[in-house]
Design a protein around this ligand. Sequence first.
Ligand code: NDP
Length: 300
Amino acid sequence: MTARIIDGKAFAVGVRERAGAAVADLKAAHGLKPGLAVVLVGADPASQVYVRSKAKQTVEAGMASFEHLLPEATSEADLIALVERLNADDQVHGILVQMPLPKHMDEAKVVNTIHPDKDVDGLTAISAGRLVLGQDGLVPCTPRGCVMLAKDAVGDLTGLNALVIGRSILVGKPVAQLLLAENCTVTTAHSRSQDLPGLARQADILIAAVGRERMIKGSWIKPGATVIDVGINRIPAPERGTGKMRLVGDVAFDEAVEVAGAITPVPGGVGPMTVACLMRNTVIAACQQAGVDVPTSLDG
Ligand code: NDP
């Protein structure tokens, strides 16, 4: 039996629609218009695409979008000064500094300048600490998206064995914390882990966040498991010689789909959830800053 394909694109549309509906309610009931500021330094083409997509979806959700496009040569001090101005701006409820930053900047220093209440990417030390401590805070978007999709596929995750492959600050570590909060038994694997196939075969929930194309084979998957593939890897498209590229995940999808119970495709799985959760985080941040209850429609 082949796995159910988890439609992250459709799920993300639902998340964005609920965020949009919450924005309309906040405007009507409280005169509150959530605002998201996105800062891009330099002209990295992939980052430009991400920033444009974030700004577009922010406006579509009825929120205010503030784009700050700075030249590559911007000094770290000037960037930090901008973040501090955004921290103090009442119209800005969320701040996102697009990574990667140019080499002459200390990314952690810049990120930690963002006020934790406006940290819609969930990457400051305070947000990470709140997540570990189980305190209310803003949670990184891709990890939140992974857990939303897993819960939608499985229901209650309590007691399930979860394997997270990857331990980055952006994905692996926060997703492991979120799964722990869902009462999973969580194992985090990485490049020094031994017997990855053996670990994977015990996993009811497998989250792959490695960045190595189709590394996780179908024979590693526990029959019926839920597989969430975060990886985005560009490989040459089958039409050889055309120079075209296509995206594949960290999981060998064609094999895994024959064994898993549910699986996310790449593209169209986790990817769309990231920006949708950013919209959701911006609404949550605006509510918290205005002292308004976060709408229960955003739960999940
Ligand atoms: P990082 O490169 O920061 O982390 C990769 C992790 O994978 C590391 O912890 C590394 O281990 C581990 N790893 C590397 N090789 C192996 C191996 N052979 N066996 C086991 N573990 C290994 O990547 P990110 O976490 O930032 O991203 C992971 C993937 O997710 C990428 O493809 C990225 O493009 C994608 N991504 C997708 C997003 C989306 O919106 N869908 C958002 C963010 C990322 P170690 O720590 O030991 O080096």
